[in-house]
Design a protein around this ligand. Sequence first.
Ligand code: FAS
Ligand code: PHB
Length: 400
Amino acid sequence: MTVPPVPLPARTTVGVVGAGPAGLLLARLLHRAGIDCVVLESRTRDYVEQRQRAGILEQATVDALRSSGAAERLDREGLAHDGVELRWGRRRHRVDFPSLTGGRRVWVYAQTEVVKDLIGLQLGDGAPLLFDAPVSAVVGADTARPLVRYTHGGAEHTLACDYVVGCDGFHGVTRNAAPEGALTTFERAYPYSWLGVLADVAPSNDELVYAHSPRGFALLSMRSPTVSRLYLQVPNGTDPGAWTDERIWDELDARFAVDGDWSLARGPITQKSVLPMRSVVTEPMRWGRVLLAGDAAHIVPPTGAKGLNLAAADVIVLARAFEQWARTGSTAGLDAYSDTCLRRVWRAEHFSWFMTTTLHTAPGQSDFDTRLQLSQLDRVAASAHAAAELAENYVGGPVG
Ligand code: FAS
Ligand code: PHB
């Protein structure tokens, strides 16, 4: 028996463009608040669920997932981490989070798993979440009824909304809903990228390792007790296919090298990809009845583990604002949304820039600049104040 096609909604309160962490968490929070929304995602469910990205969740992100009933597997499989290790000049120094931040910590739980959990819950609740539904345009941002134009099943459709939220990432279309020149973009590109790999081997350290080395930056992270996630700085334009497994492990060995008894376990590399590094902020994060959240509004280099967590923070603020509007008619929260989020965004942009420029060795970097980096790392090891500044930024704080 053929399954009748799901009737496509022509109208909703909040139209959400994009089913990444921002769009899915927003939809979950709105659904729990009884505010109807429709999520339109251009890619397939499989594609979205397999896309390798972030791995670290701040407490505020975990709290939002828990309060929206989306943390059952996270609480079972997620790993709570109380610190990270920095390495430079064959030294190692652990930055302890709880003692420096009044008890805060982070969680290791991959973005792919967050996305799978949220999709499963939304579809299970029958909330409208359409895959293979690319949005071509958002129009009428300055009217009371913005429209989302999308295709699905080979036909063109229009969704009439009270509000539209662009959660469609850096390459999305929702930003184009604002008139030319209405939004300002602030950006910085970096002269290097990350080669990221997944490997079927137990992580060689209990906590993450961020390594400065004259050969370039390296990061040891993890996805589970048997899967490692590792990154190494490579030149922009690097072809991941040019890096054999042996070359990757040899280079990581050289960059993580420390005095004393530590070695990097090797295993089969199951995935390789190259990620460019950039900082981007779009201001304001709203135009009329169209609002931007997550990577649609800002990008950070992943060195500070902020991307996913900033996306979550945006939609936590936004969901509260929509709840206030639905309950009281007041748009105060919506009107303050951009300014509220941009304070956290710029703090995260600065921290991500600080971690990136302190730990990476830029092409042609002067010895003077290298000495400045090493002095900063020595300072973190020598001063509880400097270590606390890094720890507080890394674990993040309450939202809003
Ligand atoms: P996303 O980009 O995740 O989601 C946007 C969604 O919108 C996508 O599913 C896309 O298909 C959809 N979309 C786009 N255009 C559309 C259209 N026209 N119509 C409908 N749907 C549309 N952050 C970290 O903290 N650590 C990391 O290690 C890390 N690694 C990363 C690696 C890569 C390759 C990239 C690109 C980013 C990485 N990030 C990392 C940052 C990343 O985690 C983002 O911050 C996070 O995905 C942001 O979530 P969203 O804002 O939901 O955007
Ligand atoms: C990851 O596990 O993918 C990860 C962790 C920390 C970062 C970046 C990426 O800073």
